[in-house]
Design a protein around this ligand. Structure first.
Ligand code: SIN
Length: 307
C-alpha cells in the first residue's frame, strides 16, 4: 500500500490530503466533522479580530465545474478559534488556523493570541477577494512584504502564507523574492480567482449578490491556474507548497504533487461532496500511485517531465 504521509513545517500528516480554509469549517461542530473524516489535518475558517456575519446572501453558488463565492469571511472571531485546537486534540491530527485580519494591527493581535494556543500551524491569508474596500494583499507586493515581515516576527508557530493566483512571470518573481527573504514555513496556492462574474441568463442577474455579483471562482475551473502557480513556485523557492484549487480526485492530487506540491487541500469539492471526499481522494491517489509503481510521494514529487 502506498505511503501518503508527509512531514512538513515541523508537522506530521498521515496523508497529503486535507481541507482548505473556507468551506464547512466555521463552527466547532463542522471542525469535529473534519476531524472525524480522513482529512489529514483540520484547517479552520479564516478568522478576523471581531466575529463577522459575512456578506449578504446569496453569496455561494455551485456551478457545473466549481463554484463562485463572496462569503466575506463569516467567522466566529479569533478568540473562539484560539480555543478550538485543544478541543480538537483527540482527533490526533494537525489543526491549522487561517488568519485573515483586516489590518496589520489585527493580524498581530490574532497571531499573538495563537502563540499561546495549541494550534499546530498558521496559514496567513493574504488573498481573500471578497472584502469590500480591502484589496488582496498578495497583489500589493510592498504591503505583502511588510505584513509577512511583521507576522513572522510575531508568530511562534510554523506560519505559512496563502497566496492569490498570479498570471504573469514577473509577478511570480516578485512574490518569490519576498518569500525567499521572509521564509514562511510553507506556501498555499491558490486562493480563488477573484472577481469573476457568473450570470443567470433567465433571471438576467448575477448568481450571487455581494459586490454586484463579483466573487471568487473555485473548483475545476481554476485547476490549471493552480497547477501553474504550484509549479512556478516549486521552481523558484525552496519551501513546502500546499496546492489548492480544483482538486476532486486522486488523479488531480497526483498532478499537483507531480508539479511540486507537498500536500493538497480540498475546498469546493468538499463543500459539494462532504467529508467522504478525503478518503475517496486518498484511495484514488494510492491506486494511481500503485499503478505507476510509486510507493511514496517523494518518488514523483516535482518530477514533471518535458512534453
Ligand atoms: C470568504 O470568506 O470570502 C472566502 C475566503 C477567502 O477567499 O479567503
Amino acid at each position: 500500500m502506498a505511503d501518503l504521509s508527509v512531514k512538513m513545517a515541523g508537522m506530521d500528516f498521515r496523508s497529503c490530503i486535507f481541507n482548505a480554509a473556507g468551506p464547512k469549517d466555521v463552527t466547532l461542530k463542522e471542525l469535529e466533522t473534519i476531524g472525524a473524516s480522513r482529512s489529514a489535518a483540520i484547517t479552520m475558517k479564516s478568522c478576523t479580530k471581531e466575529p463577522r456575519q459575512g456578506n449578504e446572501e446569496p453569496r455561494y453558488y455551485a456551478l457545473d465545474m466549481g463554484s463562485i463565492n463572496s462569503m466575506g469571511l463569516p467567522n466566529l472571531g479569533y478568540k473562539e478559534y484560539v480555543k478550538f485546537p485543544s478541543l480538537l486534540k483527540s482527533f490526533g491530527k494537525p489543526v491549522i488556523a487561517s488568519v485573515s485580519g483586516l489590518c496589520l494591527e489585527d493580524n498581530i493581535q490574532i497571531l499573538e493570541a495563537f502563540n499561546d494556543s495549541e494550534v499546530s500551524a498558521i496559514e496567513l491569508n493574504l488573498s481573500c477577494p471578497n472584502i469590500k474596500g480591502k484589496p488582496q494583499i498578495g497583489y500589493d507586493f510592498a504591503q505583502m512584504d511588510e505584513v509577512l515581515k511583521e507576522a513572522l516576527r510575531i508568530s511562534k508557530k510554523p506560519m505559512g502564507v496563502k497566496l492569490p493566483p498570479y498570471f504573469d512571470f514577473i509577478h511570480f518573481e516578485e512574490a518569490s523574492g519576498i518569500l525567499k527573504r521572509r521564509k514562511p514555513a510553507f506556501v498555499s496556492c491558490i486562493n480563488s480567482i477573484g472577481n469573476a462574474l457568473v450570470i443567470d441568463a433567465e433571471k438576467e442577474a448575477p448568481v450571487i449578490k455581494p459586490k454586484g455579483g463579483f466573487g471568487g471562482l473555485g473548483g475545476a475551473y481554476i485547476k490549471y491556474t493552480a497547477l501553474a502557480n504550484v509549479r512556478k513556485f516549486y521552481e523558484m523557492i525552496e519551501m513546502p507548497i500546499i496546492g489548492v484549487g480544483g482538486i476532486s480526485s486522486g488523479k488531480d492530487a497526483f498532478e499537483f504533487i507531480l508539479a511540486g506540491a507537498s500536500a493538497v487541500q480540498i475546498g469546493t469539492a468538499f463543500m459539494e461532496e462532504g467529508p467522504m471526499i478525503f478518503g475517496r481522494v486518498h484511495d484514488e491517489l494510492a491506486s494511481f500511485m500503485a499503478r505507476k509503481g510509486y510507493t511514496r510521494l517523494d518518488d514523483f514529487r516535482g518530477r514533471l517531465k518535458q512534453a
